[in-house]
Design a protein around this ligand. Structure first.
Ligand code: ADP
Ligand code: MG
Length: 260
């Protein structure tokens, strides 16, 4: 765990607006007999950074995956920017494109160059012209600090560089919200901060973000709210200083005593 990201909440360019962007209401999901998400109610406001923490197996990844319907739900509703996520179809594809996702394993297309990785979705899903898409791709690669890697293949990059390309690729779709599922867990320690810094910057710029992470320094400095999950439930949620300094539930106290 790297804790050297500044511990004070940094000022943001714009204060979080109260507008509801992602709303999960009474969401339930089972994997066979396992009740993996239990009555989840969670509202994420535009510009808000929500960090989700909790023990392994508590349902954090499943929560992320349901938000863009990589997993279906059994009951409840999920709305993005005021529109209910349908189960399938063209409307789902459109709404899903509004949700950027960055995984633990970088998931880049191995046989495409870095530039192609960041251009492809723009052309196919957002229907941009190639020149326009490439221009945006280069600007984003510059923003995440890998502009000089544009013509390389993913395997020629370090893990930290690959993950920054994955972030650029997600941003290229102009998502309304970015989901990060343990984006630094597969990285060598010396590469963790270069990825967290890109995420910090995005947070400062006002991106709406849901971040599953074990990086408590990041949670303290970047999160507007910490959501603590255990056994498929949201057990507790609070501002970071309140959650870390004064957790209310025994589950959270126990979890924090093991990781801090
Ligand atoms: P976390 O990300 O918090 O570690 P997950 O959401 O990955 O938790 O998993 C929650 C629980 O659901 C775990 O017990 C896991 O084994 C189970 N699970 C996850 N995905 C599947 C799946 N596709 N089929 C069956 N069980 C699953
Ligand atoms: Mg997980």
């Amino acid at each position: 765990m790297s804790d050297d990201v500044s511990l004070a909440k940094e000022p943001r360019d714009a204060p979080p607006a109260a507008e509801e962007l992602v709303v999960l209401a009474d969401v339930n999901k089972h994997f066979g007999a396992l009740h993996v998400l239990q009555d989840i109610n969670l509202t994420i406001h535009r510009g808000e950074v929500v960090v989700v923490i909790g023990p392994s197996g508590s349902g954090k990844s499943t929560l992320c995956r349901t938000i863009n319907r990589l997993e279906t739900i059994d009951s409840g509703t999920i709305a993005i920017d005021g529109r209910a996520l349908p189960a399938e179809g063209r409307e789902l594809a459109r709404l899903r494109a509004d949700v950027g996702m960055v995984f633990q394993s970088f998931n880049l297309f191995a046989h495409k160059t870095v530039l192609q990785n960041v251009t492809l979705g723009q052309v196919k899903v957002r229907r941009r012209g190639r020149a326009d898409a490439e221009e945006r791709a280069r600007a984003l690669l510059d923003r995440v600090g890998v502009a000089n890697q544009a013509d390389k293949y993913p395997a020629q990059l370090s893990g930290g560089q690959q993950q920054r390309v994955a972030i650029a690729r997600a941003l290229a779709m102009d998502p309304k919200v970015m989901l990060f599922d343990e984006p630094t867990s597969a990285l060598d320690p010396e590469m963790i901060n270069e990825v967290l810094e890109v995420m910090q910057q995005l947070a400062r710029e006002g991106m709406t973000m849901v971040v599953v992470t074990h990086e408590m320094g990041f949670a303290r400095s970047a999160a507007d709210r910490v959501v603590f999950m255990a056994d498929g439930r949201i057990v507790e949620q609070a501002e970071p200083h309140q959650f870390f300094d004064n957790p209310r539930s025994d589950r959270a106290k126990d979890f924090l005593s093991k990781i801090l």
